[in-house]
Design a protein. Structure first.
Length: 558
């Protein structure tokens, strides 16, 4: 039987040197495994190409790099992923910090991305082990829970097997495989800002400590840390507030009175941390351009998978967690300890918030892997492992008890990790193609470097979406077409780009496009040539101002 930990402070003292060596070893292995695709990409890059340092979700990362570029020397950024002129009113603390750090380190976007991967992974995984120590006294169980949370990746591997057998190369329900929120390893691999955002669970660690000691200073620290993270991802405040509210309600129902310390602590956290949320609401409701950006968030078509898909997305851990809750009567509150009540509320309220009617609902999955993993591990050791031991005595009496237990733990960890093995393999395959969008021609990078020295911050560069997503970060200019949400009226501009580079478009129509959006430069490389048969050298309104074997840049006559 796994005993619930009722005193974190005492258990932290019990955390041995060997435990931290184990945690450090796991972190090192995860970082090494996640680094393999990057090392392969850099080592295998053809002489005429450049790996751009990111291997998942290029549009969003180039958006972040655009912010980072502007926030390196300013405190507010404009939206340069769209041609419309707009004021610098946007702030994001994460990319502000990375931009300022790059002034010292000089590593560039790709280098700072790796710094973010390293720092966020180490901090989050250390925090995961701390959270596990809240609920398990047994060191073996803590280690197992840590591995389940760190490596859990769902049952998407089954859909991958179907892809190569019955579904003719197509993955059914791809979101069930590729959603990074809630998958620690995939986040470390390609979405480190999600891992940095998931550090919000430190707020819970501080508040649980404060509850044990009845010291409100922990609530003050939690509130300040929540505000710190809110300036990076304001939607994470929804996760924080909902969990605090859920625990407050459950504790009130259990004790038949409002718990005074938790009520005060929740108020303190709310008052100290709500300001980034207020700023975000004001930005997206008062500023017309940012209001339209928020309205386009649905363009991604990415929402939380339906409840029946969650067992595929989270796999064995979620199935075990649900089984554990059912066995332990989730609505029975009498006699349930504070820690277990908090865990139960965290799990249940997140299941509700991930389906809030907002376009960014899927981001609220971030961090849910922790209560899922803890509940799953508890159920594994409380129910599944004892059942296996009984079957061992009955069918394989010669098999030692310790051997059976070790085999079951290894089987659990392997079973939850399989989809992540696919993610590594798929990254290697995609990067092995050495093509867009992860690689650019060196001539394209050189042309952007030339533009960087020529353009003013308000200039607009027209190109394909493929290269346009890189334009703001690497030139400092506005892109005509760059991002599915940040480019205002995205689909119209996508059609205009196709029309502009089509050989069937008249010179007058092209001139109207250029003048309507105050375009200053046209970027013309392989991605643009693939759109249509237009030859800009024949245009009466364009002057060639830069040329290389692969890329030409034209300036618009005004």
């Amino acid at each position: 039987m796994i005993r619930t930990q009722e005193s974190t402070l005492s258990n932290i003292r019990e955390t041995t040197h060997s435990e931290w060596l184990f945690v450090a070893g796991v972190i090192a292995c995860i970082l090494l495994a996640s680094a393999l695709p990057f090392l392969y990409a850099y080592q295998s890059t053809p002489p005429d190409r450049q790996f751009m340092g990111v291997m998942l979700d290029i549009p969003d990362h180039m958006q972040y790099f655009s912010w980072m570029r502007q926030l390196t020397e300013a405190n507010l950024a404009a939206n340069q992923m769209t041609p419309e002129a707009n004021r610098p009113v946007f702030f994001n603390l994460l990319w502000w910090m990375l931009g300022r750090a790059d002034l010292v380190l000089g590593l560039g976007y790709a280098g700072m991305f790796q710094v973010l991967r390293l720092v966020s992974a180490v901090l989050f995984l250390l925090l995961v082990y701390r959270m596990c120590s809240w609920f398990f006294r047994d060191r073996l169980v803590r280690r197992a829970a840590f591995l389940v949370i760190s490596l859990g990746s769902g049952l998407g591997w089954i859909l991958v097997l179907l892809k190569y057998t019955l579904t003719r190369g197509e993955i059914l329900y791809p979101l069930d495989v590729f959603v990074a929120e809630g998958n620690t390893f995939l986040g470390i691999l390609g979405y480190p800002h999600f891992i940095a955002a998931a550090l919000y669970v430190f707020v819970f660690d501080l508040l649980l400590r404060g509850q044990k000691t009845k010291r409100l200073r922990y609530a003050v620290g939690a509130g300040l840390f929540a505000q710190f993270l809110g300036w990076q991802h304001a939607y994470d405040l929804i996760s924080i507030y909902s969990v605090l509210f859920a625990y407050l309600v459950l504790a009130t129902l259990r004790d038949r009175k409002i718990p005074p310390y938790w009520f005060k602590s929740s108020l303190i956290v709310g008052v100290l941390s709500v300001w980034p949320a207020i700023y975000s609401v004001m930005l997206t409701s008062l500023d017309p351009l940012w209001k339209e950006v928020l309205a386009q968030f649905s363009n991604a078509g990415v929402f939380t998978p339906g409840p029946l898909h969650l067992p595929i997305l989270f796999g064995i851990p979620l199935i075990l967690a649900l089984y554990t809750l059912v066995r332990e009567s989730p609505f029975r509150l009498r006699g349930v300890g504070d820690n277990q009540l908090f865990l139960r509320g965290w799990f249940l309220v997140t299941f509700a918030t991930i389906y809030l009617p907002v376009d960014y609902q899927i981001h609220l999955l971030n961090g849910w892997q922790i209560p899922i993993g803890i509940l799953a591990t508890a159920g594994f050791f409380r129910y599944l492992l004892p059942w296996v031991q009984r079957m061992r005595v009955r069918w394989l009496p010669e098999l030692r008890r310790g051997t059976a237990r070790t085999a079951m733990i290894l089987l659990l960890v392997t079973g939850v990790s399989l989809t992540n093995i696919y993610h590594i393999g798929q990254r290697l395959i995609d990067l092995g193609r050495h093509s867009y969008p992860y690689y650019l021609y060196k001539d394209e990078v050189a042309a952007m470097s030339w533009l960087d020295r020529q353009v003013k911050s308000g200039d607009v560069v027209l190109s394909s979406l493929t290269t346009g997503q890189y334009i703001p970060a690497y030139t400092g200019a506005h892109a005509f077409l760059a991002h599915w949400a940040q480019t205002v009226d995205f689909y119209t501009k996508e059609e205009l780009v196709d029309q502009f580079f089509s050989s069937e478009t008249s010179e007058m129509q092209r001139s109207q496009i250029l003048s309507s959006y105050s375009v200053d430069y046209v970027f013309f490389g392989p991605a643009e040539r693939s759109i249509g048969g237009f030859d800009p050298a024949r245009s009466q309104v364009l002057d060639k101002v830069y040329s290389s074997p692969v890329v030409d840049v034209y300036q618009v006559r005004h």
